[in-house]
Design a protein around this ligand. Structure first.
Ligand SMILES: NC(=O)c1ccc[n+]([C@@H]2O[C@H](COP(=O)([O-])OP(=O)(O)OC[C@H]3O[C@@H](n4cnc5c(N)ncnc54)[C@H](O)[C@@H]3O)[C@@H](O)[C@H]2O)c1
Ligand SMILES: CC(C)[C@H](C(=O)O)[C@@H](O)C(=O)O
Ligand SMILES: [Mg+2]
Length: 359
């Protein structure tokens, strides 16, 4: 099984190395993985002037799955999109047509005390944000910064086609069928035409899934409800920009953005797996980043792209055992726990995987 490893920038290489370590620990007792690493993001831009070199894109397309770290560091200047690290990720998603981005939000019982929210509200939280990933204001034309009437104007275009909405709606209903059969579609149909179309198409698709309960929420209310009654959600299907924002907010139900994995799939089931967080330049190079989002993304990769559900289960069990032992990176630290760094957390998961294999 050939895995393309694109560590990228900031903490990307630090956390990805721990996921690769965990995969290697698993492979000691099972099928072998072949890893090929390539540059992406600012690292690639600095090396060769393109944040997504053709060689990297081809490797990603050829591999059985892609393990991605993070791309981009603080983009505070007005560099054009083509020169921005984060844009490499958008190009890769578009090129591979990775339209369905699953972001599971699972509150590990071991971590309920690490959240800033009340334990009672979080117990049993288990939802998925399904974010459409190749349309919306991220890709709509026209876009750019130009001078109009003597002042600069920034323009982006929110755009969705019926077929784009339809395919992600089907993915949402199918995901709900495998879970608690509840789908909440999130839009801003009181204001936006893209959302009016979104709501109409999702409602049409619902006719094929009479066994799934469909509800609709406006995105502002959904943000509030995610914090107030997170247990009410099962699968949330939403557009690219709303999903980006809601999933970072939902991350805090788990204790930290450092806990949230993701899978981005195309119609053929090919996938890119990455933590939801970014390159975190503020903590890069300090061995303090939480690698569990990356490790849990590798578990999703095993299950969804590599046909290794058993290995995925073991990886997730190893994470739970390590948390139950009381090991914590700084972002999920709580009283009485043992503070460990990025490397040590990765070592602990790998050690636990070796133990589970021989138990
Ligand atoms: N998928 C990606 O490649 C991706 C995702 C998000 C942001 N980015 C890029 O990353 C850069 C930084 O963005 P940002 O600061 O808004 O978001 P970020 O997710 O990188 O960081 C936000 C905050 O969360 C913390 N954090 C993030 N991951 C963590 C982890 N694993 N462990 C502990 N703490 C963690 C950071 O220290 C920071 O305080 C930007 O260039 C952005 O475009 C890339
Ligand atoms: C880096 C950025 C382009 C990206 C996005 O907005 O999609 C990130 O925030 C994410 O959530 O994957
Ligand atoms: Mg984001």
């Amino acid at each position: 099984m050939h895995i393309a490893v694109l560590p990228g920038d900031g903490i990307g290489p630090e956390v990805t190395a721990q996921a690769v370590k965990a995969l290697r620990a698993l492979a000691a007792n099972g099928p072998q993985f072949e890893f090929t690493q390539a540059l992406v993001g600012d690292a690639a831009y600095d090396a060769g002037g393109d944040p997504l070199p053709e060689e990297t894109a081809r490797l990603a397309e050829r591999a059985d799955a892609v393990l991605f770290g993070a791309a981009g560091t603080y983009d505070s200047d007005l560099r054009p999109a083509e020169a921005r690290g984060g844009h490499a990720l958008l190009r890769l998603r578009k090129r591979m047509d990775l339209f369905a981005n699953y972001r599971p939000v699972f509150a590990f019982p071991e971590l309920l005390g690490a959240s800033t929210l009340k334990r009672e509200a979080l117990e049993g939280v288990d939802l998925v944000v399904l974010r459409e990933l190749t349309g919306d204001i991220y890709f709509g034309q026209p876009r750019g910064i130009s001078v109009v009437d003597g002042e600069r104007v920034g323009i982006n275009t929110m755009r969705y086609t019926e077929s784009e909405v339809r395919r992600v709606a089907h993915a949402g209903f199918r995901a709900a069928r495998l879970r608690r059969r509840k789908l909440c579609s999130v839009d801003k149909a009181n204001v936006l035409e893209t959302s009016q179309l979104w709501r109409a198409v999702v409602t049409e698709v619902a006719a094929d899934y009479p066994d799934v309960e469909l509800t609709h929420q406006y995105v502002d209310a959904a943000a509030m409800l995610l914090v107030r009654k997170p247990r009410d959600f099962d699968v949330i299907v939403t557009g690219n920009i709303f999903g980006d924002i809601l999933s970072d907010a939902a991350a805090m139900l788990t204790g930290s953005i450092g806990m949230l994995p993701s899978a981005s799939l195309n119609a053929e089931g090919r996938g890119l797996y990455e933590p939801v967080h970014g390159s975190a330049p503020d903590i890069a190079g300090k061995d303090i980043a939480n690698p569990l989002a990356s490790i849990l993304s590798a578990a999703m990769m095993l299950r969804l792209s590599l046909g290794q559900g058993g290995m995925a289960d073991r990886m997730e069990t190893a994470v739970r055992h390590v948390l139950a032992e009381g090991l914590r990176t700084a972002d999920i630290m709580e009283d009485g726990a043992t503070l460990v760094g990025t490397e040590a957390m990765g070592d602990a998961v790998a050690r636990e995987l070796s133990r589970l294999a021989t138990a």
